[in-house]
Write a protein that binds this ligand. Structure first.
Ligand code: NAD
Length: 308
């Protein structure tokens, strides 16, 4: 079985690759090593795979149709992880997330139809919900994104749906709720807070810390992706079920790391959603998926990885 992982050198993509190689899939990784954060980190993420005869790396952009076709040739499944991630950067530069996340996903879907791919598993985001009408979010909750990033991920989901309806391409979109764990992106709160806590430096909170987030451990996200190859279509929430405030998260990280960090408050940032909280019954019923890692265990595992 041959599989393409777009964005395979990134945080989530590289974990999916680890699992696929362990399961003896032949895998292709397509990544342009975008400099949004240090490309060397991404090179390190995939370093362990380079010696495997089951692994091949294609460096380039998902918006390059001929490169995409050659990466996808002979592939049964596609895990589409490549994106311009990050809510805050999308407020500063809305065009880039549109080009990568909306246009790029369209390019991936077009190539998938041409290459006869059996299913595309699309990485979506809790950011599609945006404005809260009720909590927790189920998949029928209105989607009113509050950032250009959220809009671009919602557009990608709709392209997936339309490609299923018009061209018979099997697609599934997994709405991840803030993913964390080893190799996580350096721009996310758990990463920034943990590094500050380990150095006993102040933890900086933007706003008053009452915004809440549902955090999902990376192993649970990989598990959802593997299940999504065989089961499900449409959209599914993939959330850890830990609905905690940013302030409580900071305290938990201070405790887990036995740190003496103080907490400092800064003005809130535009584009950040007020709350995210996943109802995951649909994923439980249709994919047989449920998050297994508690926030406490996940934070401990992550902190010990950072220390190493
Ligand atoms: N990490 C989270 O908390 C989170 C939450 C919700 C959704 N997501 C989604 O999950 C997916 C993976 O996120 P991540 O956290 O691993 O991000 P990441 O930035 O670590 O990984 C994305 C990868 O895509 C690559 N990439 C970017 N633009 C590309 C292009 N034009 N062509 C080819 N490759 C390109 C990057 O170089 C990077 O390696 C993304 O679709 C993201 O929107 C992530």
């Amino acid at each position: 079985m041959k599989v393409l992982v777009t964005g395979g050198a990134g945080f989530i993509g590289s974990h999916i690759l680890t699992r696929l190689l362990a399961d003896n899939y032949e895998v292709v990784c397509l990544d342009n090593f975008d400099p949004y954060y240090d490309p060397l980190t991404k090179r390190k993420n995939i370093e362990p795979f380079l010696s495997s005869s089951y692994f091949s790396l294609i460096e380039g952009d998902i918006n390059d149709p001929s490169l995409l076709m050659s990466a996808m040739e002979g592939c049964d499944y596609v895990f589409h992880e490549a994106a311009q991630a990050g809510v805050r950067i999308s407020v500063e530069d809305p065009m880039k997330p549109h080009m990568v996340n909306a246009s790029g996903t369209l390019a991936v879907l077009e190539a998938a139809v041409k290459c006869g791919v059996k299913k595309v598993v699309n990485a979506s985001s809790s950011s599609v919900y945006g404005t809260v009408r009720y909590l927790p979010f189920d998949e029928d909750h209105p989607t009113i994104p509050v950032s250009p990033y959220g809009v671009s991920k919602l557009a990608a989901e709709h392209y997936c749906r339309v490609f299923s309806e018009l061209y018979g391409l099997n697609t599934i979109s997994l709405r991840y709720f803030t993913v964390y764990g080893p190799r996580m992106r350096p721009d996310l709160a758990i990463s920034i807070f943990t590094r500050a806590a380990l150095d006993n430096k102040p933890i900086q909170i933007f706003g008053d810390g009452t915004k809440t987030r549902d955090f999902t451990y990376i192993d649970d996200v990989v598990d959802a992706n593997i299940r999504a190859i065989k089961k499900g279509s449409g959209v599914y929430n993939i959330g850890g079920g830990h609905h905690i405030s940013i302030l409580d998260l900071a305290h938990e990280i201070i405790n887990v790391n036995d740190s003496s960090s103080a907490i400092e408050y800064y003005p809130p940032v535009k584009g950040d959603a007020e709350h995210t909280y996943a109802e995951t019954k649909k994923a439980q019923c249709e994919l047989g998926w449920k998050a297994n890692t508690s926030i406490y265990d996940g934070l401990k595992k992550y902190a010990s990885w950072v220390r190493e």
